[in-house]
Ligand binder design. Structure first.
Ligand SMILES: [Zn+2]
Length: 494
């Protein structure tokens, strides 16, 4: 996998997170070494040393406060409804950064807007119709519902008309060769595995299918295709197209709905299928946007840092409630609760609202460029970027010794059910990947993903998809873990 593959969110890191989600929802599966699915029967001397009674009381108080707090939901409502969609490079994304910075200043945090240069791609017209196919009624067409993929090239304003060539795999495409691909519209018909998603393996299903969204258009362009389409990477049957990042291929690239992919494949099996396709997105000049970085200074070890984060940019079709306004607002609420309860972290708590997770990770790259020298002092980094549904625990990239030290936190989170600490071999969050790879223990909030890909990257990623009680559980889970990491006696070992 190339380095940039990691940046499709929810793509590689979470796609590989399969085992985490399967284990969480499959009681038959045996925990791996270092995995604790249940709270331990009793605490050890080391636990008591690291988590004195006062700290445990504070963690319980944080949990109780979060479960009765609508701060995160109110902030999410503002981000999604008052500001709206926040695509990278947009005025809304910049406004959201300024808004979040202002809200965190109101809480008394030391706030910085870190400028980052981001790409700016805007959607244009997007229409398609089948204009020739076996058995068609005279002088008719069939409408195809689709949306441009991020970074897609453009057709002429009047569109193009070309044969559609469906393939199921990259190997099938290669077998066709340039002669049968050049000048055609290639359709990658990789099917999102709904049964995996229903069984708790949604991120595995996503990982399998999203390879075609990411790399398909480039593979088709390399054989001279006029345009590339992918079957939407999604889970629900409401004829919704799902957008997302695709490696720049220099040709128009779109996602058709699953239903329309089926239609085209069926007709193409009977004979020639021609499509009229109009996609006119534009790549505009790069823009300056911002990561929001806000500190609650540590009282004892200010140089030791615990990060809580989500990403502020969204796709343009919906309003980015589950991807990833939710991650940003629960990180904000961690700070809000500590301030409201007058709990001073011993280590510095840093809230980060990342910019541009979705289209290349320029926010996390810019952060690393400026702060990499500090990573040696970072104690842990948390990102939430897998939705807002009920939390099950965390995917954790850390040593077994580090995970074992967190048993007392599992006890506190047991009443929520967020007890899973699933060891991973990959960074459990795109924006915290660089620090994870530098050795910083990294945590990704693990949400129930069964319905996430019904809405992910569609026009239906809106506030109503967030259940307030589940958002509160997420806020509690992140805040408890963050304060534990900031205040346990020994810093988490690497
Ligand atoms: Zn995301």
């Amino acid at each position: 996998m190339t380095r940039s593959l990691r940046y499709f969110v929810c793509l590689i890191s979470l796609a590989l997170g399969v085992s985490a989600h399967s284990a969480a929802q499959n009681p038959q599966q045996k925990p791996q070494a270092g995995t604790s699915f249940m709270a331990p029967p009793q605490s050890t001397a080391a636990d008591q040393q690291n988590f004195p009674a006062l700290l445990l009381q504070q963690l319980s108080a944080i949990k109780a406060a979060a479960l009765n707090d609508d701060y995160a939901y109110r902030e999410l409502a503002h981000l999604t409804e008052n500001i709206g969609a926040r695509p990278t490079g947009s005025v809304q994304a910049r406004t959201a950064a300024e808004y979040v910075a202002g809200e965190l200043r109101k809480l008394g945090l030391d706030v910085r807007l870190q400028p980052v240069t981001v790409p700016h791609w805007v959607r244009g017209a997007e229409t398609a119709a089948l204009v020739e196919y076996p058995g068609m009624a005279p002088d008719t067409t069939q409408k195809i519902i689709l949306t441009a993929l991020g970074g897609s090239g453009s057709t002429p304003m009047e569109g193009i008309t070309a044969d559609v060539v469906p393939v199921n795999t990259f190997d099938e495409l290669a077998a066709l060769g340039r002669d049968r691909v050049a000048g055609k519209i290639v359709l990658f018909n990789e099917v999102f595995d709904k049964q995996k998603a229903a069984g708790g393996l949604a991120f595995a299903a996503y990982g399998e299918a999203v390879r075609y969204r990411a790399a398909g258009p480039k593979a088709a362009a390399d054989l001279g295709a006029a345009a590339a389409l992918v079957r939407s990477v999604g889970n629900a049957d409401y004829r919704l197209p799902h957008t997302g990042f695709s490696f720049p291929a220099g040709i128009p690239a779109g996602a058709v709905t699953a239903e329309d992919a089926e239609l085209i494949v069926h007709l193409a099996a009977q004979g020639r299928v021609r499509m009229h396709l109009t996609l006119t997105p534009q790549k505009l000049p790069d823009e300056t946007s911002y990561n929001v970085i806000a500190d609650l200074k540590g009282s004892e070890h200010p140089e030791q840092t615990v990060i809580v984060s989500g990403h502020l940019d969204s796709w343009d079709l919906g309003t980015g409630a589950i991807d990833d306004g939710a991650g940003v607002v629960i990180a904000m609420e961690t700070a809000e609760i500590l301030q409201r309860l007058h709990l001073r972290p011993a280590r510095t708590l840093r809230v980060i609202a990342w910019m541009d997770e979705e289209t290349g990770g320029s926010g996390s790259k810019g952060y690393s460029a400026e702060y990499a020298a500090d990573f040696a002092h970072y104690v842990a980094a948390i990102e939430s970027d897998a939705g807002a549904a009920h939390p099950l625990g965390f995917d954790v990239k850390a040593s077994t010794a580090a995970i074992d030290m967190l048993r007392p936190v599992q006890v506190v989170l047991q009443s929520i059910g967020a007890t899973v600490l699933q060891p991973t071999t990959y960074p459990p969050g795109a924006d915290i990947a660089a620090m994870s790879e530098a050795g910083v223990p990294a945590f990704g909030v693990m949400q129930d993903g069964r319905t996430y890909f019904n809405y992910h990257h569609t026009a239906a990623d809106t506030l109503d998809k967030v259940v307030p009680g589940e958002l509160r559980e997420n806020a509690a889970t992140m805040a408890v873990m963050a304060y534990a990491l900031a205040n346990m006696k020994e810093p988490l070992p690497r």
